[in-house]
Design a protein. Sequence first.
Length: 755
Amino acid sequence: METGKSLAHDSAEIQVTGAALYTDDIVANAGELVVGFVGSPVAHGLLKRIELSNLYRIHGFVGAFTWQDIPGANLFGPMIADEPFLVKDFCEYVGQPIVVLAAENASSLRKARLQVQIEVEEKTPWLTISQALKQNSFAGTPREIKRGDFEGAWRKADHQIEGVFYSNGQEQFYLESQAVIAHLGEGNEILIQASTQNPTELQEVVAHMLGIGFNEVVCTCRRMGGAFGGKETQAALPALMASLVTKKTGRSARIAYDKDTDMHVTGKRHPFRSEYQAAVDKAGNLLGLKVELHSNGGAYTDLSLAIMERALLHVDNAYFIPNISLRGQVCKTHLPPNTAFRGFGGPQGMAVIENLMEDIAAKLRRDPYEIRSQNCYGNSPRDLTPYGQRVESRLPQILNKLHESSDYETRLEKIRQLNETSLTHLRGISLTPMKFGISFTATFLNQANALINILKDGSVQVSTGGTEMGQGLTVKIRQIVAEELGVPSEQVKYMTTSTEKNHNTSPTAASAGTDLNGMAAANACQAIRSRLAQFAAEIFADTQVGLSKSLEAIEFSEGKVWDRRCPEKQLTFGELALQAYRNRVNLGERGFYRTPGVGFNQSTGKGSPFHYYTTGACVAEVEIDRFTGQWMLERADLLLDIGHSINPGIDRGQIVGGFVQGLGWVSMEELRYQEDGKLLSYSPTSYKIPNVGDLPIDLRIELYEDPAPNGSIRKSKAVGEPPPNAFTCRIYSSQTSAWTSFTWQSSSLGNSSDL
Ligand code: MTE
Ligand code: MOS
């Protein structure tokens, strides 16, 4: 079996030695130009004048381009085409591209940048959700999900709990900034090499902008140095800039943002403001919930509506809520358009209810774990989400198991004692469940195609629309293909992702990269394998006297092929491939996959948007120094049901990485803006992401060994985004005998700030 092995990441060795090629490492073509841009000096203003005359004196300066130079469309956007490539009249965020510059080298480009003069009539920007609400400034229409009778539940409730919960934004902080190289081919042909989760989208936006057919543009991506959602749509602007320069000059053109620029101008995780009302009975059961969510979408729609949708679909997290009324609306502000970030709104929705669970526990003076487990999804009818999808999971078992394996009760008792006696430190512990829906909620995106080539030496090439951003997609797909063909994984190579080999692909996102592309690749392999089995059966029947032709008797394993009835006559996979080729058997195949059974009606807010749920839970124990406020995550235990993992080593990496990224969000990462909308925290010196020292001293990760059923590839479950959610933001500890709450004043979550 090739799946289930912890093979190393495909780029592990070359990343360590520095041999792995990221976009900006690709050797320059002769005459290649360096591209940059000058953006809006203000968050909100009217563009009055662009003065470029001084540029032409600069040695090495090649060209400056504005909206007037765009041959095709200036507007783009993944859901609503409302974002201009280059500002024509209104500047809507600081740094928004106005002029694209091309130069022979970086130093000429720097000089040119300083000589661009831009005049704007500055207007008052609105930056926060509350400012946007005052302006009635929204993107799209509000969305709702409803079930039962919230108002009735609220009136009858023993306890009415209400509040406002805020969660802040977060920078994706991929190490490789946005980077694109464009080359002109014959006629209108253009080739772009990009650091993108979505080569097909770049193909399309570049074609629109140049006013040419999609078929003239090829976009490739070897790998990204991290993306975390930040390259799902936002590689578009640099791709447009490089392509415009190539088109105008006929020369290859490269743009690579520096980190500061990248942080200033690209979108981030959406801040959310969620007003909630909860109806709770004496026993601590959540009988009704109303939440009004607002997100800060930034200046253009980008993916904000889909992110709000996912937030709404995750407010329930792991809990059955009979009466519920959810409403979500995206606010338009003068920040760079906020975009996908690992979890895609899910964490923002889940954080609301996890905070509420702590509220309920505090109010009832109960342990939050009890409140969580008694409200958890369970057997029918308590397994139905507000939108009507059944939750097939092992959530209650996972909670029980982790409760036991983490030694929760004993530790809780110790913490109580410590908090009563220690003058210097306080500790808190919490157990948080997590349920994350797998599939794109835009149903049409749940499709993939794959291309398999078997060559005459028996080596295999696989190409899909899936992109590698560090998550280990390519090694997992190699393992799937190897297993289908009965060859070792080393015999399979994952080829550079290209729109030329795979058409109309979805972004590698929603954690579904391996599910979709792996399934398409497996489908292609099965078709080739049945042709090869047919051919092999003929060979073995021909060469072995008295052996009838039997497809069922053909075995493909460990790079060899044989008939089970005469195992001594083996062919290597390469020998079979060569013979098949000579006998004109087709050794290539395209596979296709569409996720079955998913569908969601946006207007009714009902349906089954997800193929399945990835679930899990986490116990976190934190210690705080009462005097300095310094805190340490002492221990974290995570238990996840990720099905039959295709590569447990890689998945473990995803769990640790995702968890630590979630930890960064709720504890130390903090985006700060000036009043005029300029980002102050735009580099590693002013924006603190977790480092290795912030890892829990004691980190335990277990995979649940009795997975809930699902129809995914090799019964695996997606793992890319769920783990960041498995972290609560508040800790409670007991002083004396009563529960007293200590809100962990984290930078990004809480009841106190306006974002
Ligand atoms: N892991 C690494 N190392 N780098 C990344 O950029 N992106 C995350 C997650 N894990 C990311 C990552 C996000 S946002 C998603 S949606 C998934 O990987 C995408 O890949 P998958 O669908 O193959 O899981
Ligand atoms: Mo991930 S946020 O779906 O790119």
